[in-house]
Design a protein around this ligand. Structure first.
Ligand code: PMP
Length: 353
């Protein structure tokens, strides 16, 4: 830290992303990326001409992409915001709507508390129940920014939309943000509720189910007035927030919905196979509607298992928070990768005295 950093940022503990090793030696099951490439049409869209066009700024209104998202999801372009990864729309939402404070579960996406700290927002972490489910009653009538990841991360567990609606209904004077980064892997979306409630913000990403994590593209749905607020923040920070190539690839992605539905179906099948294989080996596996599993075994400490997997060339995500430090979060890869993963687990457990 230099002596120039503003005092208010000195205590800030930044978000720690999952490891991104530069060599490709590892089977990478640690950051919930897709193991599958973007659709062939998306790959083909990246021409030399498109790269040359980078001399021009991107469209700050993202008109084409908003229209495609709106058409696919049955809303109007005025209901749509697009961002540089969904982290950016989360950032803007905390900036725009966090003034009265924020609440979110104790076990959830680690970036929420970083945004809270960044903006000096008083926030409360509400403990999940013992089984890691959300008790919706804990979030009713709070009058603060409520943030719920559904499915949640790193548990993969869902909150029924009927319960989300109760939360939204009881906080009509504050924003309820539902982070649906993983919804395409079996979650239930609360998107239809945006027509009914002007305080609901639903965020999504191209990083997981649309195989575009490195493209950095996120989006959100809400009432036109909430979207206009987010646009105000965007035009006050970075109007050209999404680069031309990513906007183009996002549009082509939306023309290939069948391909991505197939990839999600593959992941869901592989998830079921992996969960069963882990359970047979004595693991407890939380019920996941996401592209990862959260699992523990009494046979080996969570941190030790993480380290032994890494030694053998497999990266998973381990968190040191005492409530979940016996677990590891395992991204679902290809069937071949998961077979190697299970064989490696057997090898490690076999070697445990
Ligand atoms: N929300 C949740 C729950 C996540 O796990 C992630 C991925 N780390 C994100 C949002 C952000 O993803 P991205 O910025 O790549 O869209």
């Amino acid at each position: 830290m230099s002596r120039f950093l503003d005092e208010k940022y000195q205590p800030l503990v930044a978000y720690t992303p999952g490891e991104q090793p530069r060599d490709m030696r590892y089977i990478k099951l640690n950051t919930n990326e897709s193991p599958y490439p973007p659709a062939p049409q998306v790959v083909a869209a990246m021409t030399a001409g498109q790269v040359e066009s980078l001399r021009l700024y991107s469209d700050p209104t993202a008109k084409g992409l908003k229209e495609k998202l709106a058409a696919h999801y049955g809303v109007t372009p005025e209901n749509v915001f697009v961002s540089n990864g969904s982290d950016e729309v989360l950032n803007f939402a905390f900036m725009a709507f966090g003034g009265k404070g924020a609440v979110f579960p104790d076990i959830t996406y680690g970036f929420y508390e970083v945004f809270g700290d960044l903006y000096g927002i008083p926030y409360e972490k509400i403990p999940l129940k013992d089984d890691f489910s959300v008790d919706w009653r804990d979030y009713c009538g709070l009058g603060k920014l409520v943030v719920i990841a559904n499915p949640n991360a790193p548990t993969g567990m869902t909150v029924p939309v009927s319960e989300i609606e109760e939360i939204v209904k009881s906080n009509l004077d504050s924003v309820v943000l539902v982070d649906e980064a993983y919804v395409d892997f079996g979650g239930e979306t609360c998107l239809p509720l945006i027509a009914k409630y002007d305080n609901l913000l639903v965020t999504r990403t191209f990083s997981k189910s649309r195989c575009l994590a490195g493209g950095r593209l996120g989006y959100a749905f809400a009432s036109p007035a909430l979207i206009a607020d987010l646009e105000k923040i965007k035009y006050s920070t970075n109007p050209y927030n999404i680069n031309r190539l990513t906007l183009l690839l996002g549009e082509v992605t939306m023309d290939c919905n069948d391909y991505y539905a197939d990839m999600c179906a593959n992941i869901i099948r592989t998830r079921a196979w992996t969960a069963q294989a882990l359970e047979r080996l004595g693991f407890t596996v939380l019920p996941s509607a996401a592209n990862f599993l959260f699992a523990r075994t009494p046979a080996i400490d969570g941190g030790t298992l993480y380290a032994q997997l890494k030694q053998r060339g497999i990266l998973v995500r381990h968190f040191t928070n005492p409530r979940i430090c016996q677990y590891n979060r395992i991204t679902i890869g290809t069937p071949e990768q998961m077979e190697t993963f299970i064989a490696t687990i057997k090898d490690i457990l076999g070697g445990t005295p």
